[in-house]
Design a protein around this ligand. Sequence first.
Ligand code: ADP
Ligand code: MG
Length: 248
Amino acid sequence: TGNPRTGRDGGASNGTGRSGPRPIVEARDVVLSFGQTPALRGANVSVAAGEILAIMGPSGSGKSTLLHCLAGILVPGSGEVWFDGARVDTMGETQRSTLRRERFGFVFQFGQLVPELTVEENVALPLLLGGVRRAEAVARARTWFERLDLSGLERRRSGELSGGQAQRVALARALVARPEVLFADEPTGSLDSLTGEQVMDLLVGTARQEGTTVVLVTHEPRVAACADREVVVRDGRVTSLVPGQVGP
Ligand code: ADP
Ligand code: MG
């Protein structure tokens, strides 16, 4: 089928990434420097529709830069970025921002909620920005509270939440418009390990229920273990070899 939401049972979780469904997100020989600092030096990665991919690697190796390229936030100096059969790196900023708003969801280390808004308003925000009427946006936002263990927090100001609550709200906001791809950069990085595990369980559980493709940057092996497949970024290049594992 052509629907990425139904494509995830085709074998993407066999660990090789070779026999799964079609790639939905891809970087080909991506090179990107910040001034004189090379961040990506020919990065290749392919994510299958419905797959949960963990990107590991040491600090400064290029993980966030790679995620930002895949998500159409940064444009590489050379190489290609593809999403669902379309070149992303050659799109203009307007087209990329539409792509991000309509088809992608984002969670970062710190939720980046609007602190003055209530939880409900934060979650409804992407729908409101997408032109959904307020009453409907709030109603749709509310359907996520139970799923993400946020019941009772709807009217709280987001600035008053604990770290784990804030990340669950950020997750609800990232998923409310039912994105095809969820990009998560160290989503548990600011949390203690138990809270981080709860957030990861919810992230992985809802992504699997929704058939959402997930690109997850983390340096925690325990978090990466929730994914279907792990790759490692080293010095701006992607290797599928996980440290300690005997390679092919
Ligand atoms: P990671 O997420 O793996 O820690 P990054 O992708 O953030 O790594 O960074 C890769 C390299 O690019 C590092 O050397 C970092 O210092 C550099 N870098 C990242 N973002 C910027 C930026 N906005 N300006 C200048 N250098 C940057
Ligand atoms: Mg980073």
